[in-house]
Each structure stands twice: as structure tokens, then as C-alpha cells.
Write a new protein. Structure first.
Lengths: 566, 250
């Protein structure tokens, strides 16, 4: 049996068609009339079965085609009656070899007619039927290329001498090109994907995937949670907290999968740094241990340094887990409690192209797909979330390895296509959510103050980065006073929140991101982010009168007050 | 001078739970009620004898500031507009601290500023109020779903700590990072899970949240009978106390 596809170095179309495939093709054409109809449109004809031992298939298609033209649907009984009458009327010449092939060598043996009209051994579900149809379409494409297009091209080339070319060479080439395109899309019948089912039909009613709350306020309060198959973007400036946000998302989702006994994985793929530089961030996010506990320490020092209930560290009194101020959990408690779900539901894929991992991280989206497939096979779990940190490094590495794109400086087109590629190759097939981090353009972001909201139009490399995203959250740089950043869900393809704006506080010490709209607000007049109880400049309709009554002046813009109308 | 309350008809506690309880407030009481709520929502100061509430703010309360400038009280103007609009004053203030406020402001291309009393009697105030009323059920439903999901997740995950049940619930409900819930829902879950310390901890903020939006919460509960536990008798008792305070305010 020849090896095909991704398991072979030989491209699929270079493998010669076998007789078994020819039989499968003819049987497939009987089973899928739309494929047969589509094949007829690109000049498929029984005469193309002109190889050795193919006479039987040729005769079968002559009879089948005649009946199909007249009645559109062909049954086995119709076929048997028609072939009998055609043979009797001498319109079909059939030798003993072909008769044995079609009807079987003996009365008890099945012939090709039985095989072609036989139903599958068991009822196939929609997915299996789709796979079988794709298999037939693929053989049909190879068959048409080999038997229809190639001989015509050969004929065209062989008819002209070395120093001549056919008249209207370009037109002929265009014609072949058109035919090649038609063959490429053979079987692609138009299907109305928005069929309205009968009332009460629960099988055919196609609904959008349901939102699963992430338990993260700055996501759920805007988009309601994550949906399978969604492709989300996270834009932020350099060193603005994108990795912290992605880490928080991945860890929180892993925790949620564990809590709800979902056999799912939250996968974090980083192209920037490897395990050595990131693991302590994940530990910090999961166990709420300050990152300083891992920095410049030997493993023995780390274990010895973790706090117990008797010697809590000062920071532990302010972390959200201990906000109750009564039951204070220590670092050792927290480490032990998270270890089980962390190791089961969270996976970090080191794609930083370092030698320890065999240089992983140069293969673009296809490398991600292959690795995720292996991950599923290894763990027996589904993929729930894939966080990718970050887009331009993924593309640049892949382009640098490819001779055609090695010296290409602009990545705007690839960047624009990347979300679509990730959606079609990862999010939809794996039924997971993909979150892709990307940088904001340095030149734009440096002119946008921290209290402003940024949007996906400020993305680095391509203004159209968010074109193929279901939703995109944009993070500005943190303000210097409170380390609070503005967020803007600048693109949401589903629904619309009351406001796309919010504030988050990114904790880099104990990795966490909290929504803090209740504590801080953006003050456009003061041009900064302020605490709610800060003294703020006021803007009201009163005219401030200075100590000298003669210097009446308006010091602040007027507010559209309604009070004068009362 | 007659002492406060002397000669007044004794009012039943149940009457304070009526949705139109504020109609019996005098202009001064209504203005004080609005002032308290505004400062509570803006600055998070809960105690009504805290400095945030007791300090005089001439820009808002009227009088002379340190430059000698005279101001009129803004609270009475707000109260006047609320009465003219036949609106609920608690809901009016709450609406101006909700997403509806930003939604309306953004649709009218207004910039984001510190929320100040003048914005509670602006030309868009009625629109903010109506928008808040319109979207309340949807928002509350979403808030409940998110609160339930986050409490359940955190509760399961923290079982690994093997804490006594009461400690366990307190730990979960006080978590400000993993649990995505307003004080009202934190209190509701505390009652549901019978954790006295958490009930006490969230009682006041939950009571203010419920008191201001009582009419809409009650209508929401009416439509979702299975959620009748979210407004506990203890919470209702607390709002009676709050309203008694304002009815006796002099």
C-alpha cells in the first residue's frame, strides 16, 4: 500500500492512480450524485477510462450516465434493466471479461454493479460522510488532471517545434488555467448554510457556540467568556503586561478546567522566552507567590524560603486570595494546593527556538498544529485554550527559515493572514479558543498617554491585524503612579458591551491582573488615571470668582448642565 | 424646639420596603440621601459619619470656598430634576455610576471625566436613567451567571486547602481576583452557603446596592422565581434601617 500525504515525501498528485482507487471513484460518483454532476461540468466522460482493465468501468459509466441524464437519480434495478436492454439492442458491446467484472464471475459472486450500488456496512454519521466525499473528490481531481488535462497539454506541446509556439499561446494557457481551476474545485457544490429548520427540530438548528465564563472580570464583563472556535487578539506595547495577561488567562482557564472536571488543556506557546525565564511566572500566577521568591535563588533556597502559616511574608496580607484577612494561606499551602491541577491542565510549549527543545519555534502555524495533535495523543485530553506569545516573532522566525521570504522586510500581509490561519487550522479544528498577542506600533504608542484608550488600528506592522479576529482587546502602557492600564475591547464581532473601556491593574510581583474600575477612573480633565477618592479638578457651570472680584474668569470647560432649565 | 420624631405617626417597617418610600422624604432629606449615595459610589466611603461625608464641599454643598466664591447647592437641583422626571432617586444615582452612564456619554461623544454632581442633572441624565432601567435585567442576569461560575470554580479549586466549611466559604467570597461578583451577589452567596462572617462582611455594601435598585431587583426576582434567595430577609431588614435613617434625617 503506498504511503500518502504528510507521511510521505511524494506529493499526493504524483502518485499513480490505482485500479482500486478507480473503482472507489466510480462507486463514489454513484453514492454522491452532486460530485458526479460537478464532474460532468468539467468534461468528465466515460471515454477517459481508457487504460488497461478499465473497459468494465467505461461500460458502467456509459449506462449510468445515460440514466443520470434522463432521471437524475439511478437505482440498481434501473441500471440492470437498462444495461440488459442496451446489450440486447446492440448499442453496448460487452465481452465476457467485462460481463464477469460487472455481474460477477459466478451467480453467487458479487460483481462491480453490486459493489457500486451497495450501501455502507453501517450508517455513516455526517462527519464520516464528509470524509468519504472528500476522499472521492480527491481521487476525481487526480483522475481529471491525469486523464484530461495532462494529455491535452502534452498534445499542445508536442505539436509545436522547439523554436515555435502555438498561435494564441497565451489564450490556450489561460484556457488550461481555467480548466485546472475548475478541476481543483470539482465537487464544491454551493450549499446554503443558513437553512431554517422546522419548529422543534433540535438536530438541524445551528446555534452559536456557548460562552464559558473565564472567571476573569476584564474578559467576562465585556465578552461574556470564551467560545470554542474563537480567535481573539491581545494588543499591547512593549513591556506593557501582555505576557502577564496571557499567563493569567492560561492559568485561570487551566484552573477552571480542573474545577469543572473538563478533560481540557490550557496551552501557552511562547516564542520569546523558554522555560528557564518563564516557569517562575507561571508558578507565581498559579500559586500567587511573589516572583522574587524564585529570583537569584538555588532550588534549595526556594523551597526553604517558602513561607509557612507561622511566618507569612508582608505581601501575603495584600494578595486577593487572602483578602478575607482572617484565613491567611501561606506559600507552602498555596504551592501544594495548585500543583495537581497545574500539572494536569496547564501545558507550556517552549517555542523559543533554543537547542534544548531541538530548536522548536521556526515552523509557524503548521508546527503548532502538529504539536497540538501530538499533545492530544500523549495526554488523551482536548485542547481548550491556546495562548500564543507573540505574533511577529512567530512569523519572522518562519519567514527567516524560508528561502523565498528570508530577506522580506515587510510582514504586513502575513500578519493580516495569521489570525485567519490560526482560526482555520487551530481554533476551529481543535474546537478551542486561541488568544494571540501582538505588539502595538512603537511609534504610535509613544505618543498616546497612559490615560487614553488604544485601539487595534495602532497594531504594529499591519493596521488590519484585527480584521479576522472575533474580538480584540487593546492594552495601553501602565500609568506611572498607580500602575493601572486602560483596556479597550476595540473590536467585538458578537454583541456589544455597554462600554468597551475599562481599567486593569497588572501585578508583576505576584503575577495577576485585576479589573479595577471600582477603585480608579480616567479623568480627561486631569489627563490621568486617578483613584476614586483623589481630589479632582472640577468642571461645572459655575464661574470661579477670584479674590479680586473684577477678575471674573471661566477656568474650566462648561458642562452641559440641565439645572438652568428647572 | 420639638425633639426629632415627637408627634410623628409611627410608621410600619413594611412601609419602608415600598418602592416609592422616598416620596415621603422632604426636599432636604432627599438632597442628603442623594449626597450620601453620590459620595458612596464615587469614593467608596460607606460610613455616613466618615470624613468624606461630613466634610463640607462648597462646590457641591453651596456656600463660600476658600477663594471667597459663592456656590449654590447642587443636590437640591438634582432632587428637583428627579422629581420632575418622576424617577427613583436611588436608581438615578446608581445609573450614573453604571455602564449605562458611559454608554450614553460615549454615544454622544462626550469625554470621560470624574463623575461629578453636575452630571447628575445634565441634559443626558434622563437618558442614562432610562438606559439603566432598560438594560438592568440583562446586566443582572449576566452578573449572576458570572458570579455563580466564578464562585463555583473557586470553591472547587480551594477544596484542596481542607479548611472548615465556614472558613472555606469566607476565603472564596472575599477573593477579589478569582471571584467576579458584585457585593450584592457575594452577600447572596454568603447567605446561600450560610457563612455568617461573609454575610456580615458584605451586608452593608450589598444593602446599599439593593436599596438603590430595589424596584428593579424585585422585578427581576419576580421574573426569575428560582432566584428569590438573592435578596435575603436580613438584607431587607438592613434597607429598612437605611431608609429609617433618611426619613428621620434633620
Amino acid at each position: 500500500m503506498p504511503s500518502h500525504g504528510r507521511f510521505s515525501n511524494v506529493p499526493m498528485d504524483d502518485v499513480a492512480l490505482t485500479f482500486a482507487e478507480m473503482k472507489a471513484l466510480v462507486r463514489g460518483l454513484v453514492r454522491f450524485p452532486t460530485v458526479f454532476k460537478s464532474a460532468l461540468r468539467v468534461k468528465f466522460a466515460p471515454e477517459l477510462f481508457n487504460g488497461e482493465n478499465e473497459q468494465g468501468l467505461y461500460l458502467f459509466l456509459i449506462v449510468y450516465g445515460t440514466l443520470y441524464e434522463r432521471y437524475t437519480n439511478v437505482t440498481k434495478d434501473m441500471f440492470l434493466s437498462e444495461i440488459e436492454s442496451m446489450v440486447q439492442a446492440n448499442t453496448l458491446a460487452m465481452g465476457p471479461v467485462e460481463a464477469d467484472f460487472l455481474f460477477g464471475e459466478s451467480e453467487n459472486a458479487d460483481g462491480f454493479i453490486d459493489f457500486a450500488f451497495s450501501a455502507p456496512a453501517r450508517e455513516l454519521d455526517a462527519q464520516e460522510q464528509r470524509a468519504e466525499k472528500m476522499y472521492v473528490e480527491n481521487i476525481l481531481r487526480r483522475f481529471l488532471n491525469a486523464r484530461l488535462l495532462k494529455p491535452q497539454l502534452k498534445q499542445l506541446v508536442s505539436h509545436s517545434n522547439d523554436n515555435t509556439s502555438p498561435v494564441d499561446f497565451q489564450r490556450l494557457l489561460d484556457q488550461f488555467n481555467k480548466q485546472a481551476q475548475d478541476i481543483k474545485f470539482v465537487g464544491n457544490e454551493a450549499v446554503n448554510a443558513a437553512h431554517m429548520p422546522d419548529y422543534g427540530d433540535t438536530d438541524k438548528l445551528i446555534l452559536p457556540p456557548q460562552f464559558t465564563p473565564t472567571t476573569i472580570g476584564w474578559i467576562d464583563n465585556y465578552i461574556g467568556g470564551f467560545r470554542a472556535g474563537d480567535m481573539l487578539g491581545l494588543l499591547g506595547p512593549y513591556a506593557g503586561g501582555k505576557t502577564t495577561m496571557l499567563t493569567t488567562i492560561a492559568i485561570r482557564l487551566a484552573q477552571q478546567y480542573a474545577a469543572n472536571s473538563h478533560q481540557k488543556l490550557a496551552v501557552y506557546i511562547c516564542y520569546e522566552d523558554g522555560a528557564q525565564k518563564l516557569n517562575y511566572t507561571f508558578y507565581s500566577a498559579a500559586a500567587h507567590i511573589e516572583r522574587a521568591a524564585f529570583i537569584n535563588k538555588t532550588p534549595a533556597e526556594v523551597w526553604a524560603g517558602l513561607s509557612t502559616r507561622d511566618n507569612l511574608k508582608p505581601y501575603e496580607r495584600r494578595i486577593p486570595v487572602n483578602a478575607n484577612a482572617e484565613i491567611l494561606l501561606c506559600e507552602r499551602d498555596r504551592w501544594t494546593a495548585v500543583q495537581s491541577w497545574y500539572n494536569t491542565n496547564f501545558v507550556f510549549l517552549d517555542f523559543s527556538a533554543n537547542p534544548d527543545t531541538g530548536g522548536r519555534g521556526n515552523g509557524g502555524v503548521h508546527e503548532i498544529v502538529a504539536t497540538l495533535e501530538n499533545l492530544i495523543a500523549q495526554t488523551g485530553m482536548e485542547i481548550g485554550l491556546v495562548c500564543i506569545d507573540y505574533a511577529s516573532l512567530l512569523l519572522n522566525r518562519e519567514m527567516a527559515k524560508n528561502p523565498n521570504t528570508k530577506y522580506q522586510e515587510q510582514i504586513w500581509r502575513q500578519l493580516q493572514q495569521l489570525p485567519d490561519e490560526l482560526k482555520t487550522l487551530v481554533a476551529i479544528p481543535f474546537k478551542c479558543t486561541v488568544v494571540l498577542a501582538h505588539q502595538l506600533a512603537g511609534s504610535d504608542i509613544k505618543n498616546i498617554p497612559a490615560y487614553r484608550h488604544v485601539s487595534h488600528f495602532d497594531a504594529q506592522g499591519s493596521k488590519s491585524f484585527a480584521e479576522n479576529l472575533h474580538a480584540c482587546m487593546c492594552l495601553n502602557k501602565p500609568d506611572t503612579e498607580y500602575h493601572v492600564s486602560t483596556i479597550n475591547w476595540s473590536k467585538i464581532r458578537f454583541g456589544r458591551p455597554a462600554t468597551p473601556y475599562g481599567l486593569v491593574q497588572i501585578d508583576e510581583d505576584v503575577v495577576d491582573v485585576r479589573q479595577v474600575d471600582g477603585e480608579y477612573y480616567v479623568n480627561d480633565l486631569a489627563k490621568r488615571i486617578m483613584r476614586r477618592d483623589d481630589t479632582a479638578p472640577t468642571a461645572h457651570n459655575n464661574v470661579v470668582v477670584g479674590p479680586n472680584e473684577s477678575t471674573r474668569r471661566r477656568v474650566m470647560p462648561n458642562v452641559d448642565t440641565f439645572s438652568d432649565m428647572l | 424646639m420639638k425633639p426629632q420624631g415627637v408627634g410623628a405617626k409611627k410608621r410600619s417597617d413594611a412601609s419602608y420596603l415600598a418602592h416609592d418610600w422616598y416620596k415621603s422624604l422632604s426636599d432636604k432629606q432627599l438632597a442628603a440621601y442623594i449626597r450620601y449615595l453620590f459620595i458612596y459610589f464615587r469614593e467608596g466611603a460607606g460610613d455616613w459619619d466618615s470624613e468624606a461625608h461630613t466634610e463640607r464641599r462648597p462646590h457641591w454643598d453651596g456656600g463660600k470656598d476658600r477663594f471667597g466664591t459663592n456656590y449654590k447647592s447642587i443636590w437640591e437641583k438634582i432632587a428637583k430634576l428627579i422629581k420632575a422626571s418622576d424617577a427613583n432617586p436611588g436608581l438615578w444615582v446608581a445609573a450614573h455610576f453604571s455602564d449605562a452612564f458611559y454608554s450614553v456619554r460615549q454615544s454622544e461623544s462626550k469625554s470621560l471625566t470624574a463623575n461629578q454632581p453636575a452630571l447628575l442633572c445634565s441634559s443626558m441624565s434622563l437618558a442614562v436613567y432610562k438606559e439603566y432601567e432598560r438594560t438592568f435585567d440583562e446586566q443582572t442576569n449576566r452578573q449572576y451567571t458570572l458570579a455563580e461560575a466564578s464562585v463555583a470554580t473557586r470553591y472547587t479549586i480551594t477544596e484542596a486547602f481542607n479548611l472548615p466549611e465556614d472558613d472555606h466559604v469566607l476565603l472564596v467570597l472575599c477573593d477579589t481576583s478569582h471571584v467576579n461578583a458584585t457585593p450584592f451577589f457575594r452577600h447572596a452567596f454568603a447567605t446561600y452557603l450560610d457563612c455568617p462572617r461573609a454575610i456580615k462582611k458584605f451586608l452593608w455594601p450589598a444593602a446599599v446596592e439593593y436599596e438603590t435598585r430595589q424596584a428593579l431587583y424585585d422585578a427581576f426576582i419576580e421574573k426569575n422565581q428560582t432566584l428569590d434567595w438573592i435578596a435575603s430577609p436580613e438584607l431587607k431588614k438592613e434597607i429598612v434601617e437605611i431608609r429609617k435613617h433618611w426619613s428621620r434625617y434633620a
